[in-house]
Design a protein around this ligand. Structure first.
Ligand SMILES: [Zn+2]
Length: 289
């Protein structure tokens, strides 16, 4: 897989112009849907849940900006993308669609959108502000619990209202295009679900590839590399922060005990690497692309 810095502030690691990177039978490509400001660290991470002074020092920043790495795969001639980025204001300029096109993937050729969950930075790029679809031929694969939770009237007026409104705008016009998946199910050729609740009720990670060549699509079990060093820090965007910690510990243990590379949506581009044990926690070894 090659990493090319584009002339704009977005970029992609592409497999399409020669030297295709494959995981088993799947061809992979990572493009950027642009950076995402998640606000003040103390509103995102519960520093009180970590006794470590170094972590508290990280929290003195005025805001944390993370990446939105979108993984595109080609499997048995069909194309899927994981996540769609946060909504954009301009109907005519979707940075994600531009990046996919420059990576050789036309938005019309996308058969499946596979968000790990229904938060606004994961489903917000399904529709344009003008109500048209960015990916007119795609079905949308989600866990049914997330669809039910984020479309429920009970979310309005709560801390999750912004995500709920984005979910309504992006999912309601597509209810007949939803593909609902269960745990441990092949929802798309070469893509097997692993229900990993906590961040949201239906949050789902994926094991992709074939044979012994596999890649783990993490989703938002981890947002920032410091959560590997200190996995018990509670994430305040989690629907259930305690379940989020429990799931994070299980998944990191799962990854560290195997030589399976992992893909992190919010890590520095392109977000691929290995998780290894380091002291009481874990560390991230980025994979060159
Ligand atoms: Zn996210």
């Amino acid at each position: 897989m090659r990493h090319r810095q584009a002339t704009t502030d977005v970029h992609h690691a592409s497999i399409v112009s020669g030297g295709a990177v494959k995981v088993g039978d799947l061809e992979l490509c990572v493009v950027s849907a642009g950076p995402l400001d998640i606000g003040e660290p103390q509103k995102a991470f519960d520093a009180a849940s970590s006794d470590d002074v170094k972590v508290r020092e990280l929290w003195t920043k005025s805001s944390i900006v993370v990446e939105q790495n979108v993984l595109a795969i080609r499997s048995q001639g069909r194309v899927a993308i994981f996540e769609t980025g946060a909504p954009t204001k301009d109907s005519n300029a979707s940075p994600l669609c531009s990046e996919l096109t420059s990576a050789g993937i036309e938005p019309e050729s996308v058969d499946a959108i596979i968000p790990t969950h229904a938060h606004l930075d994961h489903v917000g790029g399904i529709m344009r502000p003008n109500g048209q679809r960015n990916f007119p031929n795609a079905r949308i694969h989600l866990h049914p619990s997330d669809v039910e939770f984020w479309l429920a009237d009970e979310r309005l007026g709560t801390r999750g209202e912004r995500s709920a409104l984005v979910a309504r705008r992006n999912l309601n016009p597509n209810l007949d295009r939803l593909v609902l998946h269960a745990d441990n199910q092949e929802t798309f050729p070469g893509v097997t679900t692993m229900h990993t609740p906590g961040h949201t009720v239906g949050h789902t990670s994926f094991v992709i590839g074939s044979g012994s060549e596999l890649l783990f699509v993490v989703g938002d079990i981890v947002h920032h590399p410091c959560q590997l060093a200190f996995p018990r820090i509670r994430m305040l965007f989690d629907t259930d922060p305690d379940a989020g910690v429990e799931t994070r510990l299980k998944v990191l243990q799962f990854l560290a005990s195997r030589t399976m590379p992992a893909f992190f949506y919010h890590f520095p581009f392109p977000g691929c690497g290995f998780v290894e044990r380091a002291g009481e926690g874990y560390c991230f070894l980025p994979m060159p692309m």
